[in-house]
Design a protein around this ligand. Structure first.
Ligand code: HEC
Length: 173
């Protein structure tokens, strides 16, 4: 084996546990951070626009351009994320989005399925997060708003969309 081949094989071995994890959660729709990252790859000039804060409606109108190629759900997810993010001066350092929060904060007491299969209004999501069982989850008010916005659009996944490993027996409460 050449040195390059060894390095390549080693990188596959090292990367695989992480990749396997990523794959398991691929069914959870993209959040605003990764949508915006993709848009920036395709249209780097967008970075200048991101420096100015706007509300979700203004972001949605701005992103409603065929050049960006976003469907309604993706556009709404991105627009609400950008409204929460505020002025972004460093596009390499985007704040975390509702999907990131779901994966980081909503799996320690029950599986993520409990969360992503629920179809709820924003008020209902905020209500769940304010229950005694959830009030201690470390997320700020603004983050809770972003999480709720993300889940209103992207939650309610049908059970067929959930990998079998995440379908049953997940609640430990
Ligand atoms: C500290 C433990 C804990 C964490 C972390 C946690 N949950 Fe829960 N979750 C519970 C418990 C306990 C229940 C069942 C009792 C209840 O509903 O209050 C529950 C139930 C739920 C339910 C179903 C019942 C309901 O209230 O609708 C949803 C939806 C939910 N959690 C969403 C979330 C979300 C979203 C997050 C991430 C922000 C999260 N959970 C993180 C403890 C937790």
């Amino acid at each position: 084996m050449t040195r390059l081949a060894i390095l390549f094989t080693l990188s596959l071995v090292l990367a695989s546990p992480l990749r396997a994890q990523d794959d398991l959660f691929d069914f959870i729709p993209a959040g605003g951070r990764s949508i915006v990252e993709r848009l920036l790859d395709r249209a780097p000039a967008l970075a200048d626009t991101l420096t100015q804060p706007r509300d979700a409606e203004a972001w949605s109108a701005l992103l409603d351009d065929p050049a960006y190629g976003l469907d309604d759900w993706t556009r709404r997810t991105a627009a609400e994320y950008l409204a929460y993010a505020g002025a972004i001066t460093d596009p390499a350092d985007l704040p975390w989005d509702g999907r990131d929060m779901t994966l980081a904060r909503c799996q320690s007491c029950h599986i993520v399925t409990v969360v992503v299969t629920q179809a709820r209004t924003r008020e209902a999501w905020l209500g769940t997060l304010n229950k005694p069982s959830h009030v201690e989850v470390p997320l700020s008010e603004a983050e809770r708003g972003q999480l709720a916005d993300y889940l209103v659009v992207n939650g309610g996944l049908p059970i067929d969309a959930i990998p079998p490993a995440l379908r049953a027996g997940g609640a430990s409460y």
